[in-house]
Ligand binder design. Structure first.
Ligand code: ZN
Ligand code: ZN
Length: 171
């Protein structure tokens, strides 16, 4: 089984710092297929009053995906109940997005580590995982960038075992 990660051209130089961490989180459970592509988002998804994109509409337009896919998008986005989201996933459409502006940091490693965590987190949802109460686990919910920095890019043992079971059942 594959996890597809779609990165925009402008993030090419980050690939070598992001993808190995995502691959390491999954171990030998699945392989990562990287695609470098600029996704053109329709203006219809843009909310001029909030200066943000509507995250669910983006996911609905990108899905359904053949294989679980995470799109990395350099736009700020929100869902109606929250001020912003770092990412969003719809397991039924097998489609997720990570929104990078709020992950930005002048330090290359800090930024790429945050990006890797959010890709693993949203793809974890695509694989059927829910939020985890272990704050070190990549599946813990992040309310703020402090939470993102605190967690690891890896799954805790419990989530990894759930993942293993869920992926085996899909074979
Ligand atoms: Zn989540
Ligand atoms: Zn966990």
């Amino acid at each position: 089984m594959y996890l597809v990660v779609v990165m925009p051209q402008e993030f090419r130089s980050y690939i070598n710092d992001v993808i190995p961490k995502v691959a390491e989180a999954y171990g030998n459970l699945l392989s990562i297929k990287l695609i470098v592509d600029d996704v053109k988002l329709s203006n219809r998804f843009y909310d001029p009053f909030r200066n943000q994109y509507r995250a669910w509409q983006i996911i609905d337009s990108l899905g359904p995906c053949k294989e679980p896919t995470v799109y990395v998008l350099n736009v700020d986005a929100y869902v109606p109940s929250l001020n912003f989201v770092f990412g969003l996933a719809d397991p039924y459409l097998k489609c997720a997005a990570v929104f990078t502006p709020r992950l930005n940091h002048p330090n290359h490693i800090t930024f790429t580590t945050r990006l890797a965590k959010e890709i693993v987190h949203e793809s974890g949802h695509l694989m059927g995982l829910h939020h985890c109460l272990d704050f070190r686990c990549v599946m813990s919910f992040s309310n703020s960038i402090i939470d993102v920095d605190r967690k690891s890019w890896r799954f805790c043992n419990r989530c990894y075992n759930l993942l293993q079971r869920s992926l085996i059942s899909k074979l």
